[in-house]
Design a protein around this ligand. Structure first.
Ligand code: GMT
Length: 376
């Protein structure tokens, strides 16, 4: 197949899934075209069958907000015409599904057959931004206008139907991991760089948005380290970074926290960790948690989110109510203190991640879905 992929190129779950899907599809022999305003975050090496088309937006004094969505739609149509695309796969409904619709109208005005539009919903495009009154109607319209619709969890598919009062078939295709990269191999990293031999290493990866509740991460860690020797590894950056830094200083934890900023090879660090914290308010899936599990790291996360489809409660992690940092810390300490159980959780983490979310399985689900949609 010839597939166009549009996503946000910055560090963030939807861009990572889109990029890794494109790489996997190209490896399988499909021709993949990325269309975005910058080279996607993890698209850091040349690969056969994979091309990138940058979208430019001309600045003009009249434009307070340069109309990126128009140039994106025009580029999507141009790439479809030049390469005869079968599918436009857009990740994150806003504004990409609307751009797909517009690009289809552009092609329909010629004699060419437009590619099918498949929209993958990732989470905040529905739960936060899409449900905002200013985006609601256009998001609902663009979702309805897509030829195919996938969601990264059943939780998100149900949430989408509730929020938008939709009666449309949404295919659940979970996120996946490249199991050649994300493996529980401790020698991939040098643990002594981060912690002493007697210290536990606790990790958190996110884009430090309020929805991630980074202050809860610090609160949980503070409670853990008051009972056990431990270090906290923080990976990523975002709007709450400053807040988190202040909180760490206020709690006198500076010498126990290691900041790594954005990393595009988290698999080189995660396998050294003993526990991963993701106490998010909302998480449609929690790709960061899956990447940790695949590296053999148990996860402490939140109930009533898509994490229930990723983490096996009491088997490779614990899920607790949002904001209940004392129970999260208690669960963490009891696990870290029981080495047999910790090793068992670590083993389960990697096994479950591979069995349920291995790239081979999930990428085939996308291929099959593309084919179904192309065949109408
Ligand atoms: O989590 C974020 O803020 C980033 C966001 C994105 O779209 O880049 O992530 C969402 O999509 C990921 C990939 O499907 C999911 O694993 C995350 O759970 C989801 N984030 C939220 O629902 C908050």
């Amino acid at each position: 197949m010839v597939i166009g992929i549009t996503c946000y190129p910055v560090a963030g779950g939807s861009g990572i899934v889109a990029t890794e899907l494109g790489q996997q599809l190209a490896t399988r022999g499909h021709q993949v075209h990325f269309i975005s305003y910058a080279l996607p975050f993890r698209l850091d090496r040349y690969q056969a069958n994979l091309m990138y088309h940058g979208v430019e937006t001309t600045a003009y004094p009249l434009f307070k907000y340069p109309p990126y969505t128009l140039t994106l739609a025009a580029k999507m149509a141009e790439v479809a015409r030049n390469y005869n695309l079968d599918v436009w796969h857009v990740h994150y409904a806003i504004p990409h599904a609307a751009c797909g619709f517009l690009a289809r109208q552009l092609i329909a005005a010629t004699d060419l057959k437009p590619p099918k539009i498949i929209t993958t919903l990732h989470g905040t495009d529905i739960t936060l931004v899409g449900s905002d009154p200013s985006y609601f109607d256009i998001t609902r319209f663009s979702i309805m206008a897509s030829d195919g619709l996938t969601a990264v969890s059943k939780y998100l598919a149900d949430e989408t139907c509730n929020v938008f009062k939709l009666d449309k078939d949404i295919r659940v295709i979970h996120n996946f991991i490249d199991n050649h990269r994300f493996r529980p191999v401790e020698k991939q990293c040098d643990r002594s760089e981060f912690a002493d031999r007697n210290e536990f290493l606790i990790a958190h990866v996110s884009n430090f948005r309020p929805v991630k509740r980074t202050l809860d991460v610090i609160d949980i860690f503070e409670r853990i380290q008051s009972q056990l020797p431990a270090k906290l590894l923080l990976i990523g950056e975002g709007p709450d970074t400053i807040l988190a830094r202040r909180q760490i200083a206020k709690k006198h934890l500076n010498d126990k926290v290691i900041w790594l900023g954005n990393q595009n090879r988290v698999e080189a660090v995660l396998p050294c960790s003993d526990l991963f914290l993701l106490p998010s308010e909302e998480e449609s899936f929690g790709l960061a948690a899956l990447e940790a599990l695949a590296c053999g790291v148990p996860v402490i996360g939140t109930l009533a989110t898509g994490l229930v489809e990723v983490v096996d409660d009491f088997k490779n992690g614990f899920l607790l109510p949002v904001g209940d940092t004392s129970s999260m810390a208690r669960a963490a300490v009891s696990l870290l203190k029981d080495d047999n159980r910790l090793q068992e959780f670590k083993k389960n983490a990697a096994e479950v991640a591979l069995a349920k979310f291995g790239a081979d399985k999930i990428v085939s689900e996308y291929e099959q879905y593309y084919q179904e949609i192309i065949n109408g």
